[in-house]
Ligand binder design. Structure first.
Ligand SMILES: C[S@@+](CC[C@H](N)C(=O)[O-])C[C@H]1O[C@@H](n2cnc3c(N)ncnc32)[C@H](O)[C@@H]1O
Length: 493
């Protein structure tokens, strides 16, 4: 995602800013940066926040100030208002009847944050642009910079209404990821993402911040503030298809929560010249209005947005199944080389949905179980297992189909047993907490993990059922064919 160098580092090595009050920048603007909420994941939080870098995620006070400021700044009257809601804590609720097919919102471009937005400290923005910093790291730095100017930033009301702690997996410590998400492949994605953010920050620090400490003091521009700003971007940034995929933070519109049942998303409307979305259903006053954050699995929603939909509610849900070549396979090296040629490895994950598994997984399974006598077909199997080729993927190899299905079933069952172990043990986790705050956090994370693992295991159970049935039918068919063959042989003897 980022074009900057990625330098992996462990979350335990993070430097936490200490409570300071310092003169910042040429304008002698006083900034106090504290990171109590940001360091909460490590359980070492002791500091108190004095700068309004966001608010509690269910605070309506800051949301009302945001609403007022937006109206004064050109947001036209809306048919919705920010309210406390059951799904998503704060959300947009219909205040008037809303028809199906109606265009809602109309946030003008002047109220949208993009990489072209003006900086309160223009020198800082100019340096980032001169260094060709890509949109995501640029916006992450912009948010921190604007937040540090507090009331002097035009986005102060917006930033004050952002959650102080976006609950994405960025906020989970390595120990929490290991403890709660051991069974799920989403753990690897979270670790990669955290390392990605740390690498991006380190790159910016080395290339830019350390050379301009007056504009980017480390007390403000540190890994903890970057985790916050990236957390905000992952959970609120939208890609606008009608603006060539440009990314933007859209105040007001980013108060809309996600529903797996709706199919409408935010976009720039060339006609009305604003950000809108078209409703795909009617809403009555008092009903919460939703959009779709995209066709994402429960794991992906947890990764970026910090929530898991109700069990069975997400038709786009999927689970990553890990499969591997056997090292004892006589053709192991040859197969591995071919997989590498097509961008794959000896251990690979494929997404499984409740409705089935991809053809790529079947091709990988064929390759994994094929004997050396099928060497001539290895390459087409490896190519079909990759999603980077357009090669025909539905080739069947009837002579090894049963072994291939058994191979997927074995991987599926080994994965199920990991989920079983976690879910059985989850009742007895977390007895070692020392404070009520820590207990609340752990219970909250554990509940998210239990919800995710239950939904992922459900897909694996379904896959196991289908595979077992298919194998049983295949074996019964083979038996019947064998019996017919024996019968015919007896007849002619
Ligand atoms: C774009 S913001 C939506 C506004 C947000 N509720 C707020 O108060 O700032 C995305 C965040 O809203 C929450 N959210 C959105 N949809 C949700 C849902 N279906 N269930 C639970 N939380 C949801 C998550 O915390 C997510 O990170």
């Amino acid at each position: 995602m980022y074009s900057t160098t990625l330098i992996p580092a462990s979350s335990s090595g993070l430097a936490f800013a200490s409570p300071i009050q310092r003169t910042h920048r040429k304008q002698h603007h006083h900034v106090r940066w504290h990171c109590s909420s940001l360091s909460a994941a490590s359980g070492t939080a002791t500091q108190v926040s004095t700068v309004p870098w966001g608010c509690d995620s269910d605070s309506l006070e800051n949301a009302s100030a945001l609403q007022k400021w937006l109206s004064e700044s050109g947001l036209p009257p809306q048919k919705m208002s920010i309210q406390r809601v059951e799904v998503g804590k704060r959300g947009l609720v219909a205040s008037k009847n809303i028809r199906k097919g109606e265009k809602l919102l109309f946030v003008p471009p002047t109220l949208v944050i993009t990489e072209d937005s003006e900086w309160t400290c223009p020198e800082a923005g100019a340096i980032l642009k001169k260094n060709s910093v890509p949109d995501w790291p640029l916006l992450a730095t912009y948010l921190i910079s604007e937040a540090s100017f507090m009331k002097s930033s035009r986005w102060s009301n917006y930033i004050s209404a952002l959650p102080r702690q976006p609950y994405s997996l960025l906020y989970w410590s390595q120990a929490e990821l290991d403890r709660y998400l051991e069974a799920s492949q989403i753990r690897e994605r979270a670790v990669d993402r955290i390392n990605n953010v740390i690498g991006t920050y380190n790159d910016l620090r080395l290339r830019i911040f350390s050379k301009h400490p007056d504009l980017f003091p480390e007390e403000l521009f540190n890994i903890e503030s970057f985790k916050w700003s990236f957390g905000i971007l992952f959970s609120r940034l939208v890609r606008l298809p009608s603006m060539d995929g440009r990314v933007a933070l859209v105040p007001w519109a980013d108060m809309l929560n996600h529903s797996c049942e709706v199919d409408t998303f935010l976009d720039y409307d060339n006609l009305s010249k604003g950000i809108v979305f078209t409703t795909d259903r009617p809403y009555q006053p008092g009903e919460q209005v939703f959009i779709s954050y995209g066709k994402k699995s429960n794991g992906e929603l947890l990764l970026s947005y910090g929530f898991v939909p109700r069990e069975g509610a997400n038709p786009c849900d999927s689970v990553e199944l890990s499969v591997s070549l056997k090292k004892s396979d006589k053709s192991y090296k040859e197969k591995l080389e071919l997989l590498k040629k097509y961008g794959l490895s000896g251990s690979q994950c494929f997404p499984i949905q409740i409705t089935g598994w991809p053809l790529e997984l079947m091709a990988y399974a064929y390759l994994a179980v094929s004997p050396s006598s099928m060497r001539a077909q290895f390459e087409e199997m490896a190519a079909a297992a990759s999603n980077k080729t357009t090669i025909k993927k539905d080739s069947r190899y009837p002579e090894i189909e049963e072994q291939a299905l058994q191979f997927i079933l074995d991987s599926c069952e080994s994965s199920i047993s990991k989920y079983n172990n976690f879910l059985q043990a989850s009742g007895s986790l977390d007895l070692d907490v020392t404070s009520p705050k820590q207990l609340n956090r752990r219970l909250f994370l554990k509940q998210l993990a239990v919800d995710l693992c239950t939904s992922e295991r459900r897909i694996l159970f379904r896959t196991q059922y289908i595979l077992r049935r298919r194998l049983r039918d295949m074996r019964a068919g083979e038996l019947r064919a064998l019996k017919i063959f024996d019968g015919l042989r007896n007849l002619f003897q």
